[in-house]
Design a protein around this ligand. Structure first.
Ligand code: XMP
Length: 518
């Protein structure tokens, strides 16, 4: 998939802000295609992409400090509209001759902002609106040619514009949902100021992808890594529609799947399912367990699982004969979070991207969903006619239960977490909460503690229950599950799952926690 998937493109230049992906997602919600690039990206490369607009993200630095991320002044002279957000706004002022200083009052949280609704940025926005502020520096003097179009009680320049040059700066974060009219402001920028018509739609994405895949593959043979999760299922069906029997799907049961999941996947994608794929199931449980024996370090576990996956595929490929392409269900957040896209620190190397060894024995990798956010993958899935219960199934990480078992993975621990998780899911469904919670699962801590059962002292594991509400999986809040439901789950797990004598509920939001435990 080249980058030319939409003619209308807005570029987000990332200065290390925590909300970089949110900016891109919000822009796409306005039906404008958007990609994230590091501030280190050369201006020539940016120019070559012919963006309709450029958005500069926030970031953790002070733009007046030596060595702080910056961008050449030329960026503001291309005639392409630029919107700076937070750090991006300060940088724009700094580079163009304004002044940024440490703020006398640090603003953080929901803040009342007064906007000039005559600015194209604030068309249809209320004069007094709530925004999300997070800054310790402020714009003390705007650059020549700019005028102030918003302020707060503590911040004299909450937004500024140079309308003639199409340059806009916003001190707050319109991409965060706490900014009540934020999407409207971004829409005003991309649709109004940049003049994008808004042609980015899932049906055309699916149609174009199928066409591109067909052209790329020709009469080649394709092997697809099918995990049964949303991403790889959507990728597999897209490929099946594009090239039919040239596609072979290999489903590796690595022994780290949820209870009964292997059979469920086979029921859908196997010979008796609705899709006529070439389907091969490899039962490789023992192989993965022995590779993981004694390994405790999370990144090491991810790498091992990822590499072993590839090995199994290589072996299958040899059996099948020459294979030209390998399909992976990588999605855009995987790319960005693995440090290959924007500027954010590598938080976790998602196995789809980070764990891929150099010696892959295929000509090329096809990643049809590489440019999509999760909600867009789901839309693509529906577009492809995949049943809703599959499209809206919970996300499940590639390394599976391997990263829901803290520390060493053993067959026994897998059994414990599978059984506990099955009970948890059953009770959540019984309580009618399964569609309301973004993601929920049981994990196994490596803590053992003393308990008492009957008249016996026990020394067993603690299971942790996780349930989060999230829109984009970049930020998340612990879900409020009724106490009775949690209690039922707790007593069922302790009574029914051998080896567990304690159950915790994880209250941590993301950030600072992550959704998974490793
Ligand atoms: P975290 O733990 O990073 O998870 O907050 C965010 C979302 O990503 C899923 N996840 C993964 N998905 N390979 C995947 O395909 C992985 O290695 C991986 N790690 C986390 C996680 O389940 C959540 O939905």
């Amino acid at each position: 998939m080249g980058n030319d998937i939409s003619k209308e493109k807005v570029i987000v230049i990332d200065f290390g802000g925590q909300y970089n992906q949110l900016v891109a997602r919000r822009v796409r919600e306005c039906n404008v295609y958007c990609e994230i690039y590091s501030y280190r990206t050369d201006i020539e490369q940016i120019k070559a992409m012919k963006p309709m607009g450029i958005i500069l993200t926030g970031g953790p630095n002070s733009c007046y400090e030596e060595g702080a991320p910056t961008y050449t002044k030329e960026l503001f002279e291309l005639g392409i509209p630029v919107l700076g957000l937070c750090y991006g706004a300060q940088l724009m002022m700094h580079v163009l001759g304004g002044k940024v200083e440490k703020a006398p009052v640090r603003e953080y949280g929901k803040t009342e902002v007064f906007v000039n609704t005559a600015s194209p940025l604030f068309t249809d926005v209320s004069e007094k609106t709530i925004c999300w502020m997070s800054h310790f520096d402020y714009i003390s003097k705007i650059a020549p040619g700019f005028s102030i179009v918003a302020h707060t009680a503590d911040c004299p320049v909450a937004a500024a514009e140079n309308r003639e040059k199409n340059l806009y700066a916003i001190q707050f974060h319109p991409e965060v949902l706490h900014t009540q009219e934020g999407t409207k402001m971004l829409r005003n920028f991309v649709r109004g100021v940049c003049g994008c018509a808004g042609t980015w739609r899932m049906d055309s994405f699916v149609e174009n992808s199928i066409k591109t895949i067909r052209e790329k593959v020709g009469d080649g043979k394709v092997l697809c890594a099918l995990s049964g999760g949303v991403d790889s299922s959507v990728a597999a069906v897209m490929l099946a529609k594009a090239i039919g029997e040239q596609l072979t799907c290999v489903f590796v049961d690595h022994g780290l799947l949820r209870k009964n999941e292997g059979d469920e996947v086979e029921a859908v994608f196997g010979p008796d399912g609705p899709y006529k794929l070439n389907f091969i199931r490899v039962n490789a449980q023992e192989r993965f367990y022995s590779k993981l024996a004694g390994v405790e370090e999370p990144e090491r576990k991810r790498k091992i699982i990822g590499e072993e996956f590839i090995r199994v595929f290589e072996e299958e490929a040899k059996k099948i004969g020459a294979v030209d392409f390998l399909v992976q269900g990588t999605i855009y957040p995987d790319v960005v979070e693995s440090g290959l896209g924007g500027e954010s620190a590598v938080i976790k190397s998602h196995h789809n991207v980070g764990g891929l060894p150099d010696c892959v024995d295929f000509k090329e990798i096809i990643e049809p969903l590489r440019d999509l956010f999760k909600d867009e993958v789901r839309k693509a899935g529906l577009e492809l006619g995949i049943p809703e219960h599959l499209v809206f199934r919970q996300p499940f990480p590639g390394p599976g239960l391997g990263i829901r078992i803290i520390g060493e993975v053993t067959a026994e621990k897998v059994r414990i977490v599978q059984d506990a998780d099955a009970i948890y899911r059953e009770e959540i469904a019984k309580a009618g909460l399964d569609r309301n919670i973004g993601q929920y699962f049981a994990a196994l801590t490596n803590m053992r503690s003393v308990g008492v059962m009957g008249d016996e002292r026990t020394y067993d594991y603690a299971v942790a229950l996780r349930a989060v509400n999230t829109i984009d999986f970049m930020t998340a809040e612990a879900a409020e599950i009724p106490f009775e439901v949690l209690q039922t789950v707790m007593s069922r797990i302790i009574n029914e799952v051998r080896g567990v004598n304690r159950v915790f509920y994880d209250l941590t939001s993301k950030p600072p926690g992550t959704i998974e435990f490793e």
